[in-house]
Design a binder for this molecule. Structure first.
Ligand code: ZN
Length: 115
């Protein structure tokens, strides 16, 4: 697997990412935890790892390509945990591709919004 895909997935697992659930902790951008909504899809969902992987409609096209619909149709925290802890090489490989491409898309959307 290319290193850049591993790095993206590792950042997600270590919460070393730019999702609002984390950036809302920063002093300069401090937001109460329950108000760290996803600004990418303008929903009232928290922008956390669960939302990013299985819910956010901004990444639906990427999700359909790389994640089995079992996980995102009727999603649950249990399915989320099952997915991120998978030992199946194909599932993990595709999950890493999803995370990389979704983070890439997120950066582009955030850059357009901030212009
Ligand atoms: Zn969203």
């Amino acid at each position: 697997m290319p290193r850049k895909l591993c790095v993206s997935f590792t950042k997600l697992r270590l919460t070393s990412h730019q999702l609002r659930v984390e950036t809302g902790r920063y002093a300069s951008n401090r937001t109460p935890h329950n108000e760290r909504y996803c600004l990418i899809c303008n929903s009232i969902d928290l922008e956390d790892e669960y939302h990013f992987l299985l819910i956010c409609n901004m990444y639906t096209d990427i999700r359909r390509k790389y994640i089995n619909k079992y996980y995102y149709e009727n999603p649950s925290v249990l399915k989320f945990i099952e997915l991120v802890q998978s030992k199946d090489a194909t599932v993990l490989n595709n999950l890493c591709k999803y995370v990389y491409k979704a983070f890439e898309k997120r950066v582009n959307v955030v850059n357009v919004v901030n212009m």
